[in-house]
Write a protein that binds this ligand. Sequence first.
Ligand code: DAH
Length: 340
Amino acid sequence: MLDLINSIRQSSDEFHIKNADDLDKYRIQFLGRNGLMNDLFEKFKAVEPADKKQYGNVINQLKNDLQAKFDSSKVELESGKDQSISEEWDFTLPVIPDLTGSRHPLTIVRERMIEIFERMGFNLSEGPEIEDDWHNFSALNFPLNHPAREMQDTFFIEKNPDVVLRTHTSSVQIRVMENAKPPFRTISPGRVYRNEAISARAHCMFHQVEGLYVDKNVSFADLKQTLFHFVSEMFGKEIKVRFRPSFFPFTEPSAEIDISCLICKGSGCNVCKQSGWVEIGGAGMLDPDVLKNCKIDSEEYSGFAFGMGIERMTMLKYQVRDLRLYTENDIRFLKQFKSN
Ligand code: DAH
């Protein structure tokens, strides 16, 4: 008798109820009119009266357990739980997130700048980061005694004053003009280097975008319109632009370009030092001597150039207050930037 009871319990345990069909089979096999439990009760009738109490308890317990298995499987099936999934897997646990990368803020801003200028007909040009004195300074009209040539500003290579890490992307203007015939309409994004101590506001490596436009009859109005359009695309139509007279050796006249402060909208804050304006770069009409240095007839052609810092642009767009964040690669910083 006990063997029979144990074998019924074992077959019930081994019976996996995965769907409604199984549930029905289980019911017929174990609990139905001709099922194993009824068989057992039949056999129980023949048990010696003295043993009835002992076996009766065990059989009742078995019947209750089988009924409970049936009932709970039924409830689970009706609530949609899939019994075919092994119990070793708990699919309700939270997933370990798949870390997807995002683009660096400087990349996002550089690509946006390129996109805006490309729509205005500018192509892309590049030059080397290790430059010679001619392309970085002399051809751009830097006099021999200009302070930018001194050691504290420029990284010179192997103590050879003719080889420098370029201090600005204006060197690419010269390479473009030397190597092709006007008209030119090009922008040159790239890394530049200066011998500066690293702090929140200065870095020894940063990025600029240089612009160059040379053709017949290019005027200051063309320069202004190009940069006005750029600013309204980059920062919004409500942003104002102003040109402040300035000096660069390679442009005449020269200007620094300010835009109304994006943070306080011009009313004055600590980013714009209460002035309502922030600088985004320099620009000007190409000095005829620079055209001559590149063997371009300055009577026939005129042009403008501009240079803007990508870090600065990004700082203004995303309110990044510390330049060092760009190169520290802290994932908590980087993951905050989405391209759109
Ligand atoms: N090269 C300048 C700098 O690094 C920026 C600049 C000013 C570029 C005026 C230009 C320009 O092309 O016309 O500070």
